[in-house]
Design a protein. Structure first.
Length: 104
């Protein structure tokens, strides 16, 4: 009876360790994917501002959307349209704040 209990307990602990490892891995991947998405958006917004000086408004935004989607998909990270919109708006706000700071 003691041997059965030890075997069952060992199996349960191994299963629990595997489950926890999987959960930690998923949390880590989500965290790094979010950091990657943010970094890509910042890079793309800066690049679009630099490269497409003749474009304005929606045209620049479309270039940024395509650039972000292409770069993130190349890394195998899924991204939704709303995420792209939010990352662009955040990057543009940061870009404009920095520009105002540089003017002063």
């Amino acid at each position: 009876m003691k041997e059965v209990f030890t075997t069952v307990l060992g199996t349960a602990l191994i299963g629990l360790a595997g489950f926890l490892g999987t959960q930690f891995k998923r949390i880590y991947e989500r965290f790094t994917a979010d950091k990657t998405k943010k970094a890509v958006a910042e890079t793309v917004v800066k690049a679009v501002e630099q490269i497409y000086k003749d474009l304005h408004g929606d045209e620049k935004k479309q270039k940024a959307i395509k650039g972000i989607r292409d770069m993130v998909n190349e890394k195998g990270i899924p991204i939704s349209d709303i995420e792209i919109e939010m990352y662009i708006e955040a990057a543009v706000a940061e870009f404009n704040a920095q520009r105002k700071k540089d003017v002063k």
